[in-house]
Design a protein around this ligand. Sequence first.
Ligand code: ZN
Length: 627
Amino acid sequence: MKNYFIIILTVIIMTSITVEIKSQQYQKRSDIPEKYKWNLKDFFESNYEWQESRKEIEDGLPKLKMYKGKLGESSETLYNALANYTDLRKKYYKLLVYAYRLGDEDLNISENQELVQQTSSLGTQFSEASSYITPELLAIDPEIIEKYINEKAELNEYKFFIESSQRLREHTLSDAEESLLATAGMLRSNNSSVYNIFDNAEKPNSSVTLSNGEQVTVDAAGFSRWRGSSNREDRKNVMEANFESYEKFKNTFGANLAGKLKTDWFFAKTRKYNSTLESSLDGNNIPISVYENLITQVNKNLPALHRFLDLKKKMLGVDTLHYFDLYAPLVENVELNYTVDEGQNLLLEVFKPLGEEYVNTVKKSFDNRWIDYYPTPGKRSGAYSHGAAYDIHPVILMNWTDDYNSVSTLAHELGHTMHSYFSNTNQPFVNAGYATFVAEIASTINENFLNDYMVENAKTEKEKLFLLGSYLDLLRATIFRQTSFAEFELEIHKKIENNEPLTGQILSDIYYNIVKKYYGHDNGACVVDDYIQYEWAYIPHFLNYTYYVFQYSTSLIYATGISEKIKAEGQPAIDNYYKILKGGGSDYPVNLVKKAGIDPLGSEAFDITIKRMNDVMDQIEEILAKK
Ligand SMILES: [Zn+2]
């Protein structure tokens, strides 16, 4: 339960895409036809009704506290306490979804932002009132828990919740030590704060003169814009300038990152873990072998990346491919246009291989106003799905701009929404929230099916090349690049755990060796120029997360394994897939993936993904050969 809130927030962060608004179809929210706006009346009829519910929750907090110190007393008390707690939490999520969604419609309406603030302060009160639950559950003897569950059948609903709290027993310390660790927790964000302030605001940026004579500053926005320039000299200069600006501060960045790694190790070691990796994965009970298997399998498949780099070299028409060529467009962008209605109809066709139940539920989300489509002044940018309102329905925020990106973003968010909907309708509330490890599977499966459909139905060879090329770029950036990051993280944590020195230069050496290996620097696949060694300092994830990015790779690989099986086997594979969709958080995420027919410790999903990658490259080569 404690993780539930974090999970939802992560889902939002991970899927926020800044969409450039090309045409502002509507200036006022009131001009938009109702069917293109989400219906928040499904949650509360009015703000007045919302306030009533808020008061009810607030009034319930003293009762929540009443069970403090009593959870282990009897099966009856344990059940009543947990039922009361989850019921209040369920109501709180409904409150939260309404307030935040209403706030996102127009961030300038202060009356609605007040509801957001009220929600947030109620959340703090709620956390305080319920903070005793996990530690108290943990302290009850497992045999007594078993006895209580046998005594009171209703407790079965909470069995997995109790078990997953109790699992952390051996890593929980005495009260005094826990209180010390809780206080020390405020030190954990120091290094990421320093990084974010320095990187975003105070670090001087280089400037570059582009081929058109324009002088530009290579800040974050400039870098992501010009690194993909179709002018080779421009993208070379921009990349060089960007990473050289990090080189100047490599010692500062290095000391700061080493500080973060030491903090992680302090907490892991204090909690009696053998490594930071073990400690980070234990929250979701993911064995470290899952992480190690990802690295092994991706390394084994580096020849597929090298084939892609070779293809890129040919398509760009260069003698030697350099790292600064990686973001150059493989093929010219093709403009594809869709209205909301066209996008909806397209997706209903696209999802047909997933079966009737899936398509009907997607249709339900279109027909019953779960989605807010159009951008208007003041509306939150990007896109997200939010599925925490257990007994209502998930909602999606979009900023639709009539292009292909809008369609693929909607496909992605619908994956999250279907996952939430099926989990909420098949699991008790306490087991409905799902872990990050499985959160991006449904969204990626939807994108895979969209890509297949678009390629099959492409109107021109140019369009087909564009779609196939974008898919390969996605695999490069998600599977290979993120796994290289995962490998880097593992190596630098080990340095700290073995008491070895870690400076800016050592970090750069480690990073450079990994990148050279991945991109085949020594076998001529891609030249990784000297200044690329400082790229690690540019990646905020190393400071802001711990062992997180590997899940981008595993999600895409498992999702591809599942979608290819669905295409090959049909219904039996769909039935397996529903074990994730309807499973919510009823089991540990690795077990859910296994139930869906994918072994996170095996090589099958990796082989399937690489086969698909090679098939796509075959198709591209076939088209190119005709030209
Ligand atoms: Zn997502």
